[in-house]
Design a protein around this ligand. Structure first.
Ligand SMILES: *[C@@H]1O[C@H](CO)[C@@H](O)[C@H](O)[C@H]1NC(C)=O
Ligand SMILES: *[C@@H]1O[C@H](CO)[C@@H](O)[C@H](O)[C@H]1NC(C)=O
Ligand SMILES: *[C@@H]1O[C@H](CO)[C@@H](O)[C@H](O)[C@H]1NC(C)=O
Ligand SMILES: *[C@@H]1O[C@H](CO)[C@@H](O)[C@H](O)[C@H]1NC(C)=O
Ligand SMILES: *[C@@H]1O[C@H](CO)[C@@H](O)[C@H](O)[C@H]1NC(C)=O
Length: 366
């Protein structure tokens, strides 16, 4: 029996929340309470899912699929080795565990759960760009450590894999810049060509097992945030002829993280190490706190090396529990259209609530 890996950051987290959003204290206290009670019920709900997932063969298929995928990518690297050995050995994590963490596991140790739901969600940030293309290979030509991500989506109400929904991820590149927008704090604010760039952004539809894959990059970092991916689930969206989505709702918003020791390894390599912005540790990160505080949540990727070295890349996976009847209200400041990216905001830098596509706003930051 493994201890679940849950960061114990309640003390640090409270202070960070208070300082990160001056003036928003009452709202956030209410949100925090709602999050805690929601997460408790979500966690109990998932325990009952475990037997069903096992019986349906979902775990067995997940193991076979991950093994096959790692094999494919390792063959491409022309390296040799026993995949099982790699998979078995490499669920390494030396994250701190709370003294109160129960020794229970919701799922196998190779499929830790990322538990997120209504108002328990990680922040969207202003840098979600609606209108991105449906594609799994989103690395384009960005340099850095290649990562294959597998996400598996489970419906928290039915315990079934969520088939046929669209999931979207985005992250910054190795030196902390997001494509598709121009803003202070996002690389060079006079690099207007960045509006047209789409690197490290993409949308995928889940298969029969509720699974999507992305070929992406180990992200770098920018000011005041640890390394992370953003993750959004679309519900009932319409696929347009130009391979983008319209309509539907958003039942899930979250952020996904890497172990600190892996971040440190990556950040010490080129070109990550050319970024002079100070690093924010996981344990200092506001969103890590929100997504792990007082609940059995684990939004950290499991991973294995694909080859002998970091440069060969990593295979990473995570199970995401979604309440499909929930509705989140992400906001955005930029969109991607037939003529490329554009700001729909103008002056909202510093006031991100200024634009949200007409939907109710949520507290958020990049
Ligand atoms: C890897 O783990 C599986 C499942 O626990 C086990 O059956 C297998 O023998 C292990 N393989 C190695 C090489 O340790
Ligand atoms: C990250 O993206 C920005 C904008 O395209 C670019 O200037 C920078 O060189 C990229 N970082 C790396 C390591 O290529
Ligand atoms: C799905 O979207 C369509 C068209 O946007 C809408 O008419 C329908 O009510 C939606 N269904 C659900 C279950 O949300
Ligand atoms: C899912 O969300 C709906 C609507 O917000 C809520 O009524 C229900 O209790 C949630 N289910 C779980 C398992 O949290
Ligand atoms: C895709 O089609 C929609 C609907 O016509 C349009 O609004 C959008 O700009 C198009 N996006 C791209 C990237 O071509």
């Amino acid at each position: 029996m493994q201890l679940k890996n849950v960061l114990n950051l309640s003390v640090v987290g409270g202070a960070l929340l208070a300082s990160a959003h001056p003036g928003g204290g009452h709202h956030e206290e209410r949100e925090a309470l709602a999050q805690r009670s929601f997460k408790r019920s979500l966690s109990h709900g998932l325990q009952k899912c475990e037997a069903k997932l096992e019986a349906s063969g979902l775990h067995a298929r997940a193991e076979a699929r991950r093994r096959a995928l790692v094999d494919v990518h390792r063959r491409q690297l022309q390296t040799r080795g026993d995949t099982w050995e790699v998979l078995n050995k490499s669920h390494l994590s030396d994250r701190p565990v709370s003294p109160n963490t129960a020794e229970t596991e919701l799922f196998d140790d190779d499929s830790k759960i990322c538990l997120l739901g209504p108002s328990a969600e990680g922040e969207t940030g202003p840098y979600w760009i609606p209108g991105e293309h449906i594609r799994g290979n989103i690395r384009e030509s960005e340099p850095g450590v290649p990562v294959i991500i597998e996400e598996q989506f489970i419906d928290v109400e039915t315990c079934e894999p969520i088939r046929g929904i669209y999931n979207e991820i985005w992250s910054c590149n190795a030196t902390g810049v997001y494509s598709g927008l121009v803003a202070d704090g996002n690389g060079n604010p006079s690099d207007l060509a960045n509006y047209q760039r789409t690197f490290l952004r993409g949308v995928q539809q889940t298969d029969e097992d509720g699974v999507v894959h992305y070929s992406t990059l180990f992200p770098g970092h920018y000011a005041d945030r640890t390394t992370h991916y953003h993750n959004i689930v679309h519900w009932n969206a319409t696929l347009l002829p130009n391979n983008t989505l319209a309509g539907g709702s958003i039942p899930h918003i979250g952020q996904i993280f890497w172990d600190q020791d892996m971040i440190s390894k990556v950040e010490s390599t080129y070109p990550y190490n050319t970024n002079s912005i100070p690093i924010t540790l996981n344990e200092e990160d506001r969103v890590v706190n929100v997504e792990t505080n007082n609940a059995d949540t684990d939004p950290f990727l499991n991973y294995v090396y694909l080859g002998d070295s970091l440069e060969d890349g990593l295979f990473a996976w995570l199970t995401v529990a979604v309440n499909t009847s929930a509705i989140q209200y992400p906001y955005w400041t930029n969109v991607y259209t037939a003529t490329g990216g554009e700001s729909v905001c103008g002056t909202c830098d510093g006031d991100p609530d200024a634009v949200n596509g007409g939907l109710p706003t949520t507290t958020a930051s990049a």
